[in-house]
Write a protein that binds this ligand. Structure first.
Ligand SMILES: *Cc1c(COP(=O)(O)O)cnc(C)c1O
Length: 395
């Protein structure tokens, strides 16, 4: 028995032991701050979807659903992707329901990448990617987004240079968390050419597929030439229908890729969220109008936060999609996003998260901070008022 606590976590997972979200949320609670750190909405999804879930529980849909997911949801996902992208997935073999997009991502990496093979991530990246690569015993390589005017662009030369004979998979996320960047069709076409040239699999995380602003469109990379057969597309109900707690996600792609994802998935959770599956199917089929209104309201909220950050003296980047804005704090004499975020709840009563925690190159990303704007108007207005105070002397 040792007096000092030992770290019993396996070495490949030790770097992922704690997340910044827990720390920032604790600070937000301690200082009664408005939490724009963690990205979850504070309003409910469509009423008819919530009612369908309640009814499903009342009707006794409370046992294990089928392994690949309830047929009603798989059919709804396939119909939705056919209607919006022209992609014709067989609901029985090419759509898999998962425990959120998170499980689809882990299962795709575990099911499709051998230990020692390389996975390319675009940095900054959603935190679960790196942990999933580590779980799989694979090797991650990251290529940073580069600055492009007010926004970010994919470093296509950097991506090309990062591909080796061991590269098996490229993980893409557009619209992009944490920067809010919506990759252009030209960027995706260039990525597609690279994937085809090097026979890479692509894992495309599209959980913000509906949340694009100012008339932008989301391009599903699986629609590009040569891509359907090498792409696992992932999305979920969480961000589309304001139900981050339901954990209903899906993976779509050619049967042989989805088979591999299912093989891993069935030993991770087997199944999940029985009564929520028909509810999400209902929403996909009947609540697209609700989703458009959500998108429009988020665009307005984006503007509110954007204006406040600019008034505070920060330089705002991107804002094309998702529900995040990134701001550079150099303009107000700050340089370290982690320090800044640790102090912000006490200083003005708002919490954000440093972008550097989503990267392998923290120095390069040090002055960027991510703020979420998926909050009720009065909450966001108050956060905006507090943020503006940053621009006033003595704050
Ligand atoms: C929220 C989020 C997820 C996780 O989605 P769940 O359906 O809640 O598991 C995956 N990827 C990105 C980029 C996200 O922001």
């Amino acid at each position: 028995m040792s007096a000092s606590p030992r770290n019993r976590t396996v070495s490949r997972l030790r770097p992922f032991a704690s997340t910044i979200f827990a720390e920032m949320t604790a600070l937000a609670v301690e200082h009664d701050a408005i939490n724009l750190g963690q990205g979850f909405p504070d309003t409910d999804g469509p009423v008819s979807m919530l009612d369908t879930a309640r009814q499903a529980i009342a009707d006794g849909l409370n046992q294990y659903p089928p392994g690949p997911g309830m047929p009603v949801l798989r059919h709804a996902v396939a119909a939705d992707r056919l209607a919006r992208y022209g992609l014709d997935h067989d609901p029985d073999s090419e759509v898999l329901v998962t425990v959120g997009a998170t499980e689809a991502i882990s299962a795709a990496i575990l099911g499709l990448v051998e230990p020692g093979e390389e996975v390319l991530l675009i940095e900054p990246y959603y935190d679960s990617y790196a942990a999933s690569v580590a779980l799989a015993g694979a090797v991650r390589r990251t290529v940073p987004l580069v600055r492009s005017g007010e926004s970010f662009a994919v470093d296509l030369d950097g991506l090309r240079d990062a591909v080796t004979s061991k590269t098996r998979m490229l993980v893409l996320n557009t619209p992009h968390n944490p920067t809010g960047t919506v990759f252009t069709r030209e960027e995706l076409e260039a990525i597609a050419r690279l994937a085809c040239a090097h026979d890479l699999l692509v894992l495309s995380d599209e959980v913000y597929e509906h949340l694009v602003f100012d008339g932008r469109t989301h391009t599903a990379i699986a629609t590009l030439p040569g891509m359907y057969e090498r792409t696992v597309s992932v999305s979920s109900a969480a961000k589309t229908f304001n139900v981050t707690g339901w954990k209903i996600g899906w993976a779509c792609g050619p049967a042989e890729l989805i088979d591999a994802v299912r093989t891993a998935k069935q030993y991770m959770s087997f199944v999940g969220g029985g009564p929520f599956q028909p509810a999400v199917a209902h929403a996909l089929t009947h609540e697209q109008q609700w989703v458009r209104r959500l998108r429009d309201s988020l665009q307005t909220k984006r503007d509110v936060l954007y204006d406040a950050l600019v008034a505070a003296g920060l330089e705002v980047r991107s804002g094309g999609g998702t529900y995040y804005l990134c701001a550079d704090i150099t303009g107000i004499g700050e340089h370290d996003g982690i320090e800044f975020c640790r102090n912000l709840p006490a200083r003005i009563g708002v919490a954000g998260v440093p972008v550097s925690v989503f990267t392998d190159h923290p120095t390069k990303w040090k002055p960027l901070v991510r703020f979420a704007f998926c909050k009720q108007d009065q909450v966001l207005d108050e956060a905006a008022r507090r943020l503006r105070a940053l621009g006033k002397p003595g704050s």
